[in-house]
Design a protein around this ligand. Structure first.
Ligand code: AMP
Length: 214
């Protein structure tokens, strides 16, 4: 089972990805998480990643495809059964073409592309309230999904979650990533998700779809 989560920043893909992976025993491949992991190191490369990510721009396709290829091949060698969830990848037609070819080569294919739909006007507010726990990496929202009163968390805000950068990320989403909806529609893989609903409702709607592919 191979699923892709597609949608604008702040539409809840990361939060849902975690729950989906647990429920269906999928391995999550989040290119944003891989980059943020690399960014923690104290190297010149980490500094370069920090600089690019701070602008909200996309990283070069070649670099991202290389990261994904490495991850896929490692998992392919480890597991007979291939169960993946892509979150934040692909983001361009070039990345989508690469993924298609890579999977085909190893006899695999995408089962389903969940498209998270959320109007731009809600996104800036949602992302501005997003916080992440330093220790667990768990994502919270100060308004819709705050930590519990007695929860021991050390929250921080992503460097690209500021109002100006969010605007930039949204423009990039519409120009470079949204065309993938039509791309995958041609393969009849697209399922639309109303991401404006409550977290639990979105989750249930996703499960209703994914149960068909188990
Ligand atoms: P995300 O956590 O998915 O919102 O990604 C955070 C940032 O990492 C993006 O704004 C990009 O700068 C970079 N990034 C993540 N995934 C990709 C990708 N597939 N292609 C290019 N850049 C990416």
């Amino acid at each position: 089972m191979i699923t892709i989560l597609l949608g604008p920043p702040g539409s809840g893909k990361g939060t849902q990805a975690e729950m989906i992976c647990k429920n269906y025993q999928l391995t999550q491949i989040s290119t944003g998480d891989i980059l943020r992991e690399k960014m923690k190191e104290n190297t010149a490369k980490a500094e370069k990643i920090r600089r690019i990510m701070g602008t909200g721009k996309l990283f070069p396709d070649k670099l991202i495809n290389k990261l994904v290829r490495k991850k896929i091949m490692k998992l392919f060698e480890l597991n007979g059964e291939f169960r993946l969830l892509f979150d934040g990848y692909p983001r361009t037609i070039e990345q989508a073409d690469f993924l298609y070819r890579k999977l085909k080569k190893i006899g695999e294919k995408i089962d389903c592309v969940l498209v998270f739909e959320l109007a731009d006007k809600y996104i800036v507010d949602r992302i501005s309230a997003r916080r992440i726990d330093r220790k667990t990496g768990k994502v919270y929202n100060l308004i819709s999904n705050p930590p519990k009163e007695n929860e021991d968390v050390d929250l921080y805000q992503r460097i690209d979650d500021t109002a100006e950068v969010i605007q930039n990320r949204l423009e990039i989403y519409h120009s470079q990533t949204a065309p993938l909806i039509e791309y995958y529609d041609k393969f009849q893989l697209v399922e639309h998700i109303d991401a404006s609903l409550e977290l639990e409702t979105v989750q249930q709607n996703i499960y209703n779809i994914l149960d068909r592919y188990k």
